[in-house]
Design a protein around this ligand. Structure first.
Ligand SMILES: NC(=O)c1ccc[n+]([C@@H]2O[C@H](COP(=O)([O-])OP(=O)(O)OC[C@H]3O[C@@H](n4cnc5c(N)ncnc54)[C@H](O)[C@@H]3O)[C@@H](O)[C@H]2O)c1
Ligand SMILES: O=C(O)C[C@H](O)C(=O)O
Length: 334
């Protein structure tokens, strides 16, 4: 069991490396709710040589000063306003995009979508102009079509390396792990349920057939688990009085950053993410991604899926194709 726990922990990149690194991380949208929490977590992450926080909000200098009062040997720098984005990105090895607007009461779907689309469009355009493409992780929703859109922008404005673009979806694996543990009365640290597909109610596919420990759920229990799991996003937004979650999302972005840092250091690393992947008949797909120092190496493939999982996967792929198309089309209106 001890070996098993270590493996799970490694998979989610909870382990910190102690090697000497020299990597700059820039958090764009860093004064947002998620961005502030992520920046606080990164503040004490060993091996980051410089943490940069960028946002268009006027209180960004205050956020940076607040963070600087947490003693750390990681230098921190803040930049405010779109005209400072280029400076904030300069020298970044990892860029995390967490800006836009959170879902909250009073914000219409249309406003939410257009603000988030604009955020990712501007960010991608600036990243495309950098001397070399950094690792770019996107938290901003909806990931299913903003990641394909980011790829289009990167492609049309500069040298695009698809191995370095990721939608940060680790939250889905964390939720599946927590739910599985709760349903089976187990320690979550000993559990793992792979999640493939996309990051939305209709595209998430939890693979109970591949769980650790092995699941003895019958067909009805598997369907109930899947429904519950897929509704987590809406459930938490309702419980949060209409506001999207930020804590577990920031935590999953920390794990993502850690996995990338490990990979850049040449250590074996894998991360849950949504990436360009044609293996399943759609341009983008999410799952466990194996990394090397250059980015995506390949994605974990699972065999012996149940009929139910295959059915979910088929439906998910239909949606993902539509989402990727939306991502390309949305640019026509920008
Ligand atoms: N992937 C997930 O699971 C998940 C979960 C929750 C939230 N989110 C996403 O995270 C994002 C942030 O959520 P939040 O609650 O922290 O949002 P928030 O509303 O607190 O803040 C958004 C921030 O983005 C900044 N911003 C907007 N345009 C910018 C630009 N061009 N350059 C730099 N900064 C810019 C704003 O100034 C603001 O600080 C949202 O887009 C939301 O969709 C994703
Ligand atoms: O869309 C959101 O902001 C919610 C988020 O995607 C989530 O998974 O909780």
């Amino acid at each position: 069991m001890h070996k098993l726990i270590s493996r799970r922990i490694l998979e989610l990149c909870s382990t910190r490396s102690t090697s000497k690194r020299n990597y700059q991380v820039t958090v764009v949208g860093g004064a947002s709710d998620v961005g502030q929490k992520l920046s606080m977590l990164l503040r004490s992450e060993p091996g980051i040589s410089k943490l940069v926080v960028h946002d268009t909000r006027m209180h960004t200098p205050g956020v940076v000063m607040d963070l600087s009062h947490i003693p750390s040997d990681i230098p921190i720098k803040g930049y405010t306003g779109e005209d400072m984005l280029e400076t904030a990105l300069k020298g970044a090895n990892i860029v995390i995009g967490v800006g836009g607007i959170i879902r909250k009461p009073g914000i219409t779907e249309k406003l939410w979508l257009s603000a988030n689309t604009e955020f990712v469009r501007i960010l991608s355009k600036h990243v495309a102009k950098m001397d070399s493409m950094p690792f770019l992780g996107i938290v901003t929703e909806p990931i299913n079509y903003l990641v394909p859109m980011a790829a289009e922008v990167l492609r049309s404005h500069g040298d695009y390396d698809s191995r370095k673009l990721f939608g940060i979806t680790g939250i889905d694996a964390l939720r599946a792990q927590s739910l599985f543990a709760a349903e089976n009365n187990l320690n979550p640290n000993n559990c793992y349920v792979p999640v493939i597909g996309g990051h939305s109610e209709k595209t998430l596919v939890p693979l109970l057939s591949q769980s650790t420990p092995t699941s003895d759920f019958d067909a009805k229990m598997s369907e109930e688990f899947t429904t519950k799991f897929r509704q987590f996003e809406n459930k938490i937004i309702r419980a949060n009085r209409g506001i999207s979650p930020t804590l577990s999302v920031a935590y999953s972005a920390l794990l993502f950053t850690r996995c990338i840092l490990n990979a850049m250091d040449g250590q074996p690393s894998r991360v849950h993410a949504f990436i360009e992947n044609n293996d399943f008949g759609t341009a983008y797909f999410g799952g466990m991604v194996h990394l090397d120092s250059q980015g995506v190496k390949d994605m974990q493939i699972y065999t012996s899926l149940t009929q139910y999982e295959l059915h979910l996967l088929e439906r998910s792929l239909d949606e993902l194709r539509k989402d990727a198309l939306k991502g390309k089309k949305v640019l026509e209106f920008c």
